[in-house]
Unconditional design. Sequence first.
Length: 474
Amino acid sequence: MTNPMRRIRAMALAAVLAVFVAAVPANAEDTAPAASRAAIEPVAPSGNYSLALNAQIALFNRKLADLPSQKSLDDKQVALDRRTTAYNKESHAVLAALDANDGKIDKHNARVARYPNGAPSAVADALNAEANALNTEQRRLKKKANKIADQGDAIKADQEKLDAQKEAVVTKRGTLRNTRRQLVLQMATASLGLLALPPASAGQGYGGDQARPATPGTRIDGGDSVSGAARNKPLDRYAALHDAEIDSRPVEAVLSPGTVPKVAADSTGTLQPTRVFDGLIKKSDGTYRAVYLRNPAQPPTAGQKAFDEAINGGGKGIAVVDGKKVLITDVKPVDAPSGPQMPQEQRHLALGLGGRVQKFADRHNYEHLMDFKKSELGRELIGRLDSPNYRIHVWLKDMSKTDYPNVLARGKAYAEGRRTFPFDSDGKIPPYAVNWERAPGVTDWEMYLIHTRPGVLERTTFYDENGKVVPSPF
């Protein structure tokens, strides 16, 4: 007696393979230009800027903070790549199992073909049992393949979603980079107005300040990150090597507004409007080369690098030398002394009303600025205020507590060149100055700089008339 045998059709297997292979996703690559991935740093507001500009800066910083970071996008891509790797491993395994099952089916069908009229019962039962097992295995593999294919579809959808997010971020970063360029332009324009130094006239200073002596005193080295002879020696060597005369006074430079629009897109994300250099060298064309001490332990920040690249790329910086604005047309590093880095010396600067502060400074062995010409005062003061090595000590003796709220307003007016009581068109004092106890003076300007320059107020200690430490009046 012969029994019918089940012949397995392999076409179903081919269909499963076709659907499965189509679901395998390709790893997405980030094809965004380098500029779109370049860092974008927040912008620091300042009391030197208008309320409108500070509001724009705050809005920019909020938008930047809300933007997904490049690291978060990279982390998502890494996670997707891991899923894709696992998916491909599983898919290859199930494909191999399906291929093996297909081979078994071919062999089974070949054996069935030997019995066109049916096989003996024992043979037929064995072949049918084998067919059932192969069909069961095929269904299991198909189910697994479909599940893996669904995972592939999910990975593909997530990759498309991430690619869209990356594209949106690239667009937003481009917009923020352009916005930041415009902010730096406005900041540079505002900073240029602060380069005007107090007049070099002698006599009593505005606001009751004793005028700085008109004759030069012994220069106190400061405002730099490397002090004393350790600072001057490399600058002197550089000057001798290049047969040049170097002005080793620290100087603040402002990027010219005309330079900002020309800065490369990948640099605008970190560009800063100002930079302090360790010295200047006058060039044959009347412009200046700015130099800074290159310290491997303290490399330039991204903002400083962008500033230097803007100048060396054909741009210009503006600084004040002896009361006159000059152009900086290139920037060069000067190697600091090699060898172990010595701890940087902590230095101290005393400020306060006129000549009275000199006794306070002498009592504590602090530096003071009483022996400088007014044309030198801005450079010397700003250099020290911006140096992290300096602790600032302000003696509040003879400064009226009721007048504290007016100090910053007067200091801003002084920085802008308005050094007398303001009067409107009909000869009256405007409301904002009605309570001023005196006209804007040098001390107001010093307090204004302490309050507005980044990081300075945190390094400043205030003292009452008895020399006791008191809270900041601001």
